[in-house]
Write a new protein. Structure first.
Length: 576
């Protein structure tokens, strides 16, 4: 299999598809009767931002494993940092998971549900001499941990008695101390080669209102402490996470051992999804939003699931893309054209066809009487005749695409020019007889044409052929709309490859959004509703905007163009 066909380098399955080593491990565990043949996975987002395309891979993996192998998957929010978490993010994440096609039902959990249990376990570790309250500031704690070349240094508070530690920890909970005065640390090994085992933090003081628990708590568990213990409380069998957590596996297992969990979840790490021409970082995406480079988290140029949903991507296309890139043991960068191919392939199969003129040029059919209308039948979808046809009106005044006319065309221009005959899609042949121009600028403002009634339906009875076929819209029947053309947000494959003296934002594509007003659409679109998707013939795939579009004031987003560079690359690779 070529790199083009297998962009992430995963080991292929026996059926020729991309590999999924996690699926193989789970299948082997179930066959061996591990956990009594029970399977429980979880998707554990932090509610501190909107989910992005990388999360789609994790959602598809975790929920997909449960579906394929008769298990269950929990949606659990790791909500341990009240300073960054909001209900808005919780609701958006729930909507994203459901939109992708996965249902969690009653299996919705929050780490905050377990705060009392986590606190009780923390006291147990103190009592067992395996945790202590450290009164150093964070800078001193970081310095004392050492690095890969130097062992850590014991905190001067490491040997506090159990009584002292319990007293201080309870007073921390009671709110007696300000933020930063104390932390609770696990007491492991300051000389360990695994830096994460050098007395990691378990709790910090944070006087902040939590979106679920309010002001009940002023100490909050660190992610590493809450995560594995939450898995254990829920009975998760396979804790599947991205590759950066491989260095945390030793701590994950130490904590589970310390609290006496008998049937421990198995942590499995996989390579996260990265995309060319894309930034998948919450921090950097937040910079784009707050800096006004995009209109919000759901700006259709953003890689958030809310954004691609608004742009018109389908959940089926995203799931197919995630399956195609596979699941590997190393990080890689998937070509964004593979995602675009999956979206285009899915939309091609499902999108009704319509005609829309984005940059209209007026055409007058001089030999068609004023007020006369000829109706033509047009297929709703050429590959699905069972969907029937729609009626398109042909009248004296029409609109065609401005780029479909040239007054002085080059040799291989097969569209309309003076004296040339072309076909109007579904309708007839027309011939351009003259032009009208703006006297001040010389710009062509309108065309005069004639039509051949004998070519009704799009073919000539005498067998003559034309090389150009144009889309068009009747002026009298046209629906006016705003159309937004989106391109990639970044101009380079790796936006994080920063130029000398510059920043990653220097790679932003200033032409990533073009707004066209006064676009003319066929009358069947008058009743289009938010989120509906269509193929504008010859122009691409478009979706009715879910935020700004209103009845009588339609706004369409271009989801993607018609050209498929990925399919062409794969075909060329095979031919070569």
């Amino acid at each position: 299999m070529s790199d083009l066909e297998n962009p992430t380098g995963t080991a292929p399955r026996s059926d020729g598809g991309p590999g999924n080593f996690v699926d193989d491990l789970v299948r082997d565990d179930l066959a061996a009767g591990v956990n009594g043949g029970r399977l429980m996975t979880r998707f554990p987002p932090e509610p501190n931002g909107y989910l992005h395309l990388g999360h789609a891979k994790s959602i598809t993996l975790n929920f997909g494993l449960a579906q394929r192998h008769g298990g269950v998957c929990n949606l659990r929010f790791d909500d341990t940092n009240p300073a960054t978490e909001e209900v808005e993010y919780v609701e958006s994440i729930k909507a994203d998971v459901r939109w992708l096609g996965f249902e969690f039902g009653e299996r919705l959990y929050f780490a905050s549900d377990y705060f009392e249990q986590l606190y009780a376990w923390a006291e147990k570790l103190i009592t067992d001499g395996r945790a202590y309250v450290d009164s150093q500031d964070l800078e001193a704690i970081r310095a004392g941990r050492g690095d890969f070349h130097r062992p850590g240094v014991d905190s001067p508070f490491r040997n506090r008695t159990v009584t002292e530690n319990l007293d201080l920890f309870r007073r921390m909970r009671a709110g007696e101390f300000p933020d930063g005065a104390h932390v609770l640390r696990a007491k492991i090994d300051m000389a360990s080669k695994d830096l994460n085992l050098r007395d990691p933090l378990m709790y910090r003081i944070r006087h902040a209102t939590h979106h679920r628990t309010g002001d009940k708590w002023c100490i909050y568990p660190m992610y590493d402490w809450a995560h594995g213990e939450s898995d254990a409380i829920e009975g998760v069998t396979h804790s599947i996470c991205t590759l950066e957590f491989i260095n945390h596996r030793g701590l994950y297992e130490w904590f589970l051992e310390a609290i006496g969990v008998e049937q421990k979840p198995k942590q499995i790490e996989f390579g996260k999804l990265n995309l060319s021409y894309t930034v998948l970082s919450k921090r950097r995406m937040k910079e784009l939003v707050e800096g006004g480079y995009v209109s919000g988290w759901d700006d259709p140029r953003m890689p958030t699931l809310a954004a691609v949903r608004r742009r018109g991507f389908t959940p089926e296309a995203l799931r197919a893309f995630c399956e195609r890139v596979g699941v590997s043991k190393r990080d890689g960068v998937a070509d964004v054209t593979l995602l675009e191919h999956a979206v285009r392939e899915d939309l091609n199969a499902r999108s009704p066809r319509v005609m829309g003129v984005l940059r209209p040029l007026k055409v007058t059919i001089e030999n068609l009487p004023e007020g006369e209308v000829v109706w033509f039948d047009a297929a709703v979808h050429p590959e699905h005749p069972e969907l029937g046809t729609r009626k398109v009106p042909f009248a004296r005044e029409l609109f065609i695409e401005r780029e479909d006319f040239m007054e002085d065309p080059p040799k291989k221009f097969f569209r309309l020019s003076v004296g040339r005959e072309v076909r109007l899609r579904y309708a007839c042949f027309i011939t351009c007889t003259g032009v009208e121009k703006d006297p001040a600028t010389g710009e062509v403002t309108a065309l005069r044409c004639t039509w051949d009634p004998a070519t009704k339906g799009g073919d000539a009875p005498d067998g003559r052929k034309v090389k150009g076929t144009l889309h068009w819209v009747s002026a009298a029947h046209a629906v006016e709309a705003e159309v937004r053309l989106y391109d990639r947000l970044f101009k380079v494959e790796d936006p994080m490859e920063v130029p000398d003296g510059g920043t990653w934002k220097d790679h932003l594509n200033t032409e990533s959004l073009t707004v066209l007003t006064g676009c003319k659409l066929e009358p069947s679109l008058a009743s289009a509703t938010a989120g509906e998707r269509f193929q504008f013939e010859r122009m691409g795939y478009f979706c009715v905007d879910t935020r700004d579009s209103k009845q009588g004031a339609l706004v369409f987003n271009r989801t993607i163009g018609l050209a498929d560079s990925w399919a062409r690359m794969v075909a060329a690779n095979k031919a070569g």
